[in-house]
Design a protein around this ligand. Structure first.
Ligand code: UD1
Ligand code: CA
Length: 455
């Protein structure tokens, strides 16, 4: 039986313990809302339709997640997990297999879920977990033959049932037609006065169908988030998984516990990443790239042999091979470097194209600049790109030499091979091959005395 998969994600809970104005499911793991991770997993499973049951902060959740293909279902009053699933059922086809996931269980992986969605037959399949401390969880009650019989909630459980260490993850799968029938039969005659989704298991058995109980070996995958401590724990778990994957792919991490990837990282061979590095957005590294300690790279592409020295922030940067950045450099969006360039300490570059072999070693601001090849930018050079109202470009030709502490007042151009004398303010074009300087002529005043303190 090959049924289309429809995933229902419950996300209506208040999340009071987060103590936040942000709806719980929008709290991020690796910079993406928890709910987005769960939606990704549903997509990986090939879900034909994804239904999200929302309650609190519904508008905010829909806006943050976007996703035209999501069917949004409001649960105005939170009357229990069974009631929540029922709200989505009118939009689910009778021939579908329904999988129930949770917006606050973000690390659940498609590999773990695959046996559930491949489940066939008229019964149900659920995911459980063995826990050292199952307090708070519903318990899986199995019969003498070990078959799943029912689930009892913590608050409704007897002492014997509380001793069961097999907890309910809440994740289950069942055929839509059967599930619809069982949900309609739920009551709220229990300790919490809620319509429990978990009661469908006993109803399923009552009709003579079997329930497949799959035990998840990985506690983190099925862990839920109720407060910021649990969120931080799962963030670390998520990061550890990514770090381990990268190391298996051949990336050296100085310390996998001090590495954060909040996006996508692709690497060539033999890249190494020192401690405290944060990678965001889409980052692509060639072969033999080294990222120094405590650097942040956001939407960056670096060619083979590039080096990023410690404490450097690169954002929206594209660099060719063997470029060198930092320590303490900041490169802002729209910056493109051809090979073998050097951006040194306390240098800021923004929206500029830097051709091969050009160097700016110290204390400079280069903005809105088109720089040729083999240019040397002296320490303290500033492109004055902003006149208070508009931005203007600076053009610097190949082999130009800009003396230290110069200001290039844009729009302005410096010709090929031109030399700018140190300390110049260049507001008119400097011709190719010539020395241009704008300093006051140096003079010395004989017998000059320093001012004295008045008595
Ligand atoms: C539920 C299970 C329990 C399981 C545990 C795992 C039931 C009755 N119990 O208990 O067996 O061990 O999860 O964490 O299902 N939600 C809604 N609408 C509602 C109620 C809940 O969307 O009306 C959502 C919540 O946002 C949350 C999830 O469903 O994401 C679970 O709800 P919660 O109240 O936390 O259930 P538990 O009591 O933890
Ligand atoms: Ca819970």
């Amino acid at each position: 039986m090959n049924r289309p998969l429809e995933v229902i994600i419950l996300a209506a809970g208040k999340g009071t313990r987060m103590r936040s104005t942000l709806p719980k499911v929008l709290h991020p793991i690796a910079h993406r809302p928890m709910l987005a991770h769960v939606i990704d997993t549903a997509r990986e499973l090939g879900a034909a339709r994804i239904h999200v049951v929302y309650g609190h902060g519904g508008e905010q959740v829909r806006e943050a997640i976007g996703g035209k293909e999501i069917s949004w279902v409001e649960q105005a009053e939170q009357l229990g997990t069974g009631h929540a699933v029922e709200q989505a059922m009118p939009g689910v086809g009778d021939d579908a297999l329904v999988l129930v996931l949770y917006g606050d269980v973000p690390l659940i992986g498609s590999d773990t879920l695959r046996p559930l969605v491949e489940h066939s037959g008229d019964g149900a399949a659920l995911l459980s977990v063995r826990l050292a401390d199952p307090t708070g969880y519903g318990r899986i009650v199995r019969d003498a033959d070990g078959a799943v019989e029912r689930i009892v909630e913590q608050k409704d459980a007897s002492a014997d049932e509380l001793a069961i260490d097999e907890g309910n993850t809440g994740i289950l799968a069942a055929g839509a037609a059967s599930l619809r029938r069982w949900l309609a039969a739920l009551d709220n005659d229990n300790a919490q006065g809620e319509f429990y989704l978990t009661d469908v298991i006993a109803l399923c058995r009552g009709e003579g169908h079997s329930v497949e109980g799959l035990v998840c070996a990985d506690e983190e995958e099925v862990a839920g988030v109720n407060d910021r401590l649990q969120l931080a724990r799962l963030e670390r778990a998520y990061q550890r998984r990514q770090a381990e994957r990268l190391m298996r792919e051949g990336v050296s991490l100085a310390d996998p516990a001090r590495f954060d990837l909040r996006g996508e990282l692709t690497t060539g061979s033999d890249c190494s990443i020192d401690v405290g590095v944060i990678i965001e957005g889409r980052v692509q590294l060639g072969d033999n790239v080294h990222i120094g300690a405590h650097s942040v790279l956001r939407d960056v592409s670096l060619g083979d042999g590039c080096t990023v020295q410690p404490m450097t922030l690169l954002e929206g940067v594209e660099a060719g091979e063997r470029c060198n950045f930092g320590p303490y450099a900041r490169v802002r969006p729209g910056s493109r470097f051809e090979g073998e360039t050097h951006v040194g300490n306390f240098v800021e570059v923004k929206n500029s194209h830097i051709a091969r072999g050009s160097k700016m070693g110290h204390l400079s601001y280069i903005g809105d600049t088109e720089m040729g090849a083999r240019v040397n930018i002296g320490a303290g050079t500033i492109t004055c790109n902003y006149d208070g109202a508009n931005k203007h470009r600076t053009l610097i030709g190949d082999d130009a030499f800009i003396g230290s502490d110069s200001q290039l007042v844009a729009p302005v151009s410096v010709g090929d091979g031109a030399t700018i004398g140190a300390g110049s303010t260049i507001s008119k074009d400097a011709p190719a091959g010539e020395l241009t300087l704008s300093r006051v002529k140096q003079s010395s005043i004989k017998n000059w005395k320093r001012p004295q303190k008045s008595k």
